[in-house]
Design a protein around this ligand. Structure first.
Ligand SMILES: NC(=O)c1ccc[n+]([C@@H]2O[C@H](COP(=O)([O-])OP(=O)(O)OC[C@H]3O[C@@H](n4cnc5c(N)ncnc54)[C@H](OP(=O)(O)O)[C@@H]3O)[C@@H](O)[C@H]2O)c1
Length: 301
């Protein structure tokens, strides 16, 4: 009998398993491609011969595979042995996928906790690591000390969809930042400028902008509308200049047009003199300020 089973030995599952082994836990592992277990077996992991053996080996099962369809496909081959186990699914997915998985796993007689790893594999188990959890609180508390070995375990609530919503919100912030950085790099390279040279200046600007996040959050949450130092109408013009300037330099505008579109729409709808927090309701499908059907022109003015 093992302490814990890890299903999925990609970059993340392997890091989770290795961290648990490092802390002295008996770990059983299973992966679709069995050869990926080799390095973990060398460190002391037990390799399950089948997914059924992987489940029966431990009271608690961690799942970290590419997506929910893969996780469901794997688990459906072990329905007869799931009952009585706790399944903690750290696979990235949507709120609805988490709800559906919770219903299905619970119907098999197992406890279900949904989760999300908020660091890259090499940081798992380190001080920067944190993971979100939601769903069955009793099951989470029973295994909290083990989960703490992977990174700070942040339990959000009984609503099983919460971990996925938090996960996607944080990833949206990250990918938005990466998108801007990739566009900046392409624009710089269009004039043969070293991105390496400019990167510290970009970082300096972003660090200053990050400091605005708590104020923006408060404005979104409370609806407060302080007089902005940077108003939306001004920023819509600057964003259009990024688009036009990029086109002049032969750089595609696919990443920046959606951002400009939001600022431009907000300005047309009377939010030009306000701060960026005022634009958030425009992103809600059923907000009172419904998104316009206006399609921004893709042609240079
Ligand atoms: N890597 C990161 O930085 C990071 C950070 C946070 C969260 N995550 C999340 O962690 C999860 C795993 O990511 P990863 O980085 O480990 O990805 P990965 O290295 O690409 O590994 C994917 C894993 O999913 C398995 N898989 C894919 N399709 C499958 C299928 N149809 N049936 C069975 N198994 C299947 C793969 O099995 P095979 O080996 O057989 O292909 C492998 O174990 C994802 O949900 C990801 O979003 C990753």
């Amino acid at each position: 009998m093992s302490d814990i089973t890890v299903i999925g030995l990609g970059a993340m599952g392997s890091a989770l398993a290795a961290t648990l082994i490092k802390h002295g836990l008996k770990v059983t592992v299973w992966n679709r491609s069995a050869d990926k277990a080799a390095a973990l077996i060398e460190r002391g992991a037990q390799q399950a011969k089948s997914i059924q053996d992987a489940i029966t080996a431990s009271p608690v099962i961690l799942v970290s595979v590419l997506d929910y369809p893969a996780a469901r496909h794997i688990l459906e081959q072990a329905t007869q042995v799931l009952s009585g186990h706790t399944l903690i699914n750290l696979t990235n997915g949507t709120p609805d996928q988490a709800r559906t998985m919770a219903d299905w796993v619970t119907a098999q007689g197992a406890d279900y906790v949904d989760g999300a790893v908020m660091v890259t594999p090499e940081l798992v188990g380190g001080t920067a690591a944190f993971l979100f959890y939601s769903g069955n609180e009793l099951a989470f508390r029973q295994h909290e000390r083990t989960l703490a070995l992977l990174g700070n375990p942040v339990y959000i609530g009984n609503n099983v969809a919460l971990a996925a919503i938090y996960d996607l919100a944080l990833l949206a912030s990250m990918f938005g930042m990466f998108g801007g950085y990739l566009h900046a790099a392409a624009l710089l390279r269009s004039e043969n400028i070293s991105v390496t040279e400019v990167a510290p200046m970009i970082m300096s600007l972003l660090k200053a902008m990050i400091e605005l996040y708590p104020d923006i959050a408060e404005q979104v949450d409370t609806g407060a509308q302080p007089t902005p130092s940077s108003n939306n109408a001004m920023m819509a013009v600057a964003l259009k200049n990024i688009i036009d300037g990029s086109r002049e330099q032969g750089v595609l505008d696919e990443l920046m047009v959606p951002v400009w579109s939001l600022f431009e729409r907000g300005t047309r709808q009377g939010l030009g003199a306000q701060d960026i927090a005022a634009l958030v309701p425009l992103l809600a499908r059923d907000a009172s300020l419904a998104p316009s059907t206006h399609t921004p022109s893709m042609e240079p003015a």
